[in-house]
Design a protein around this ligand. Structure first.
Ligand SMILES: C[C@](O)(CO)[C@H](O)COP(=O)(O)OP(=O)(O)OC[C@H]1O[C@@H](n2ccc(N)nc2=O)[C@H](O)[C@@H]1O
Ligand SMILES: Nc1ncnc2c1ncn2[C@@H]1O[C@H](COP(=O)(O)OP(=O)(O)OP(=O)(O)O)[C@@H](O)[C@H]1O
Length: 284
């Protein structure tokens, strides 16, 4: 038997870091949503008791370091599943980009194997399994738009933001999420973005207000380490994006654009700076 799952990328419309916790993670407050840029997973049942990952992308690990592998092993061990699975990952989300590509693959694997193996795991339990794999995984299981607190795993669903275009640009640099959190100092932050105000803007369907309330305190770290991310933000604003922000720990920058007529200009303008540019819709 085969199952197919789509694993969409996420963006953070706001991200605030409250404090560092004794377990080393940071307490956060984020509003996240999904965009129409997704990896595709094909999950095929195998009689042999093993997990095999394949992908057309030459640049991701295919062994136990792959988050889809880790998700499959977790569910298999926890529910004592004797059959195996071959997971083919058609990677379309740029890797190590701040778009939760690996987390979304892990989430899609949990959803897909729950169906493929007929386990009937309730959503709450699936979310707890996801949290064992990574902070962004629970959100990637539910999707939609949500306020995420704790280390990112406590979710409150909220309404969808007003429909718009999202232009994503990933500069060719590598950013480590652990390093960005490690270098974060709350003393360096002047004005913190507000989840309350972003939520209000979303719930009122006020596109301009959503753009005005965008904010990510991790920019403070990544933009200092990589000035080209700041340059990319400035270029996107100059080209006419209505609101611009770095997603997660970066380095991807996204621009929200209400008018389709502006999208091609922004896309083409950015391609001069950056090879990896995508124009997609917000998933509602
Ligand atoms: C930056 C974001 O992508 C925004 O959505 C997330 O906060 C990070 O989510 P993620 O990549 O799933 O993160 P994890 O795989 O759980 O953690 C990677 C590393 O980031 C740091 N980390 C992550 C989440 C968090 N709330 N506090 C942290 O300090 C920790 O050093 C951790 O070892
Ligand atoms: N299925 C996967 N897809 C992409 N990367 C993976 C996968 N499994 C493991 N990795 C590894 O995870 C690391 C982070 O990749 P990923 O694309 O998930 O980062 P990210 O978008 O920055 O995630 P986040 O936004 O959750 O911090 C890379 O070094 C990559 O080699």
């Amino acid at each position: 038997m085969k199952m197919y799952e789509k694993a969409p990328a996420k963006i953070n419309l706001m991200l605030d870091v409250l404090h560092k916790r004794p377990d080393g993670f940071h307490e956060v407050e984020m509003i996240m949503t999904m965009v129409d840029l997704a990896d595709r997973l094909e999950l095929s049942e195998m009689p042999r008791d093993s997990i095999i990952i394949s992908s057309q992308a030459g640049y991701i690990p295919l062994d136990e370091k792959n988050l889809a592998f880790q998700a499959a092993r977790l569910i298999k061990d926890r529910y004592d599943v004797k059959s195996g699975v071959h997971i083919h990952l058609d990677k379309r989300i740029p890797v190590a980009a701040g778009l939760a590509g690996g987390s979304s693959d892990a989430a899609a694997t949990l959803r897909g194997l729950n169906r493929l193996w007929g386990l009937g795991i309730p959503t709450q339990e699936l979310l707890s399994l996801g949290a064992e794999l990574g902070s962004d995984v629970p959100f990637c299981i539910t999707g939609g738009t949500a306020l995420a607190t704790g280390r990112g795993e406590k979710l409150t669903p909220i309404g969808s933001p007003p429909q718009c275009w999202v232009v994503l640009a990933k500069p060719p640099i590598n950013v480590s999420t652990a390093e960005v959190y490690g270098r974060f100092r709350s003393n360096n932050i002047g004005v913190h973005p507000s989840s309350l105000l972003m939520r209000k803007a979303i719930e009122e369907g006020d596109f301009q207000d959503v753009c005005d309330k965008l904010g990510n305190v991790l920019e403070e770290v990544t933009l200092k380490l990589h000035p080209e991310v700041q340059q990319l933000k400035e270029a996107m604003i100059k080209l006419g994006a209505d609101g611009v922000l770095m997603s997660g720990s970066g380095p991807t920058v996204f621009g929200l654009v209400s008018k389709q007529s502006k999208v091609a200009r922004i896309y083409n303008g950015l391609r001069g700076f950056c090879k990896e540019v995508y124009a997609v819709r917000m998933l509602t």
